[in-house]
Design a protein around this ligand. Structure first.
Ligand SMILES: NC(=O)c1ccc[n+]([C@@H]2O[C@H](COP(=O)([O-])OP(=O)(O)OC[C@H]3O[C@@H](n4cnc5c(N)ncnc54)[C@H](O)[C@@H]3O)[C@@H](O)[C@H]2O)c1
Length: 370
């Protein structure tokens, strides 16, 4: 199979779909990989590194898309990329089609096989291609929060670990899933006092065991959240209700009672955010202040650490890339239930129910098309 890796063109996207390690594995297996010039540069992978393991470096995106059987990307195509779509093309990337009518139409019109990272589901029912980005964002949230707590960055000048004779900073994490657990690991590692709030009592039990009682667990309700937020130097929002907007658990009134110079990192901002005063920000203008509280609400936090993020993402995506290359898309979809779950568009049909419902279009189960 010929596999194409274009350079990402979405604003601020710094990751790349396949690393040199992936190119080596594909080349060793007899596949050909076309990598656009500088596709990996922002993730610190050079053209030379790709070339050394067998990639062909291509000068422009047009020739990558035109000559590849399968294009492997990171973000959903932007409108300037739609015109590369054509029949028999397999596209493996984040697609996030629900709010993207035009992109959906483009994929359907050109009969592209669109396989979305975010809907690939493994046997355990988890979303294995989303997990690594939540791990990155969770760990990063504390690192970023700690930096914003510095006076120079608008914070109240608190060192999360404290020092002997001075108590540590107080971190409140709302949501104890992948983001929250990874945030807790880093915050505890820095020596902070950590309180974690979740609705799911079984999850709190697990976390109490995992961290051997080193963090304080709290059942999620407005009373507990208000008290924890008021005491916190750093609040991290990491709740998720699958398929729904995040609930506004920290209200404007609660924020107004928080310490001046406290910091909020609302990781759940990509689902609308769980802090009422939060709104989406970008890496070029990441923070703002409400009622003296610094807010950091970047929707694609992993792009801040593209080398780690690309490696983490491709560790998870690459086995599927290999399966698709080895079997071809049709056989891979038949053979592998996780890949089948990822298929959103196939041969002009919309094959993912939630997207079809969301856009008021007809849904066709992928199994009926194979
Ligand atoms: N900003 C970014 O760059 C970025 C990156 C990765 C993930 N995210 C987002 O972070 C959020 C969390 O992701 P995740 O992978 O940790 O999800 P997850 O499903 O692993 O965890 C979500 C947790 O929220 C808890 N929860 C739900 N309702 C709650 C409530 N009312 N009170 C307290 N807890 C509640 C759940 O019980 C669960 O433990 C998602 O919105 C995800 O899209 C953002």
């Amino acid at each position: 199979m010929i596999i194409g890796v274009p350079k990402e063109v979405k604003d601020h996207e710094t990751r790349v779909g396949i690393t040199p390690a992936g190119v080596k594995a594909l080349s060793d297996a007899g596949h050909k990989v076309l990598v656009e010039h500088n596709a990996g540069a922002l993730s610190s992978f050079t053209d030379d590194e790709y070339q050394a393991v067998g990639a062909e470096i291509v000068g422009d995106a047009f020739n990558v898309w035109r000559n590849a059987d399968m294009v492997v990307k990171v973000k959903e195509p932007v409108p300037t990329e739609y015109y590369h779509f054509r029949e028999n093309l397999v596209l493996f990337t984040f697609l996030h089609l629900a709010p993207m009518r035009d992109l959906t139409q483009g994929l359907l019109d050109k009969k592209v096989t669109g396989i979305a990272y975010e809907t690939v589901k493994d046997r355990a029912g988890t979303l294995p291609l989303l997990t690594p980005m939540s791990e990155v964002a969770g760990r990063l949230s504390v690192q970023i929060g700690a930096a914003y707590l510095e006076k120079e960055h608008g914070g109240r000048g608190v060192l999360l670990g404290g020092v002997p004779g001075v108590p540590p900073g107080n971190v409140c994490i709302i949501g104890g899933g992948i983001v929250g657990t990874n945030a807790a690991k880093i915050a505890l590692g820095m020596g902070a006092k950590v309180t974690l709030v979740d609705l799911n009592l079984n999850r709190l039990r697990e976390l109490d065991d995992i961290f051997s009682g080193r963090l304080y667990t709290l059942a999620s309700n407005a009373y507990n959240i208000e008290r924890a937020a008021i005491e916190a130097d750093l609040v991290i929002g990491g709740v998720l209700i699958p398929g729904a907007a995040a609930p506004k658990l920290v209200t404007k009134a609660m924020v107004s009672k928080m310490k001046k110079g406290a910091v909020i990192v609302d990781v759940a901002i990509d689902q609308g955010g769980c802090i009422e005063t939060a709104h989406p920000t970008t890496h070029s203008d990441p923070s703002f202040v409400v009622d003296g509280v610094v807010h950091y609400c970047v929707t694609n936090m992993p792009a801040a650490v593209p080398n780690t993020s690309t490696l983490a993402l491709t560790n998870a995506t690459f086995p599927y890339v290999m399966t698709l290359a080895r079997l071809g898309a049709k056989a891979a979809i038949k053979d592998n239930a996780a890949v089948a779950e990822g298929v959103n568009t196939y041969d002009g049909h919309l094959t993912y129910k939630a997207v079809a419902e969301g856009q008021g279009r007809d849904f066709t189960p992928i199994q009926s098309l194979l």
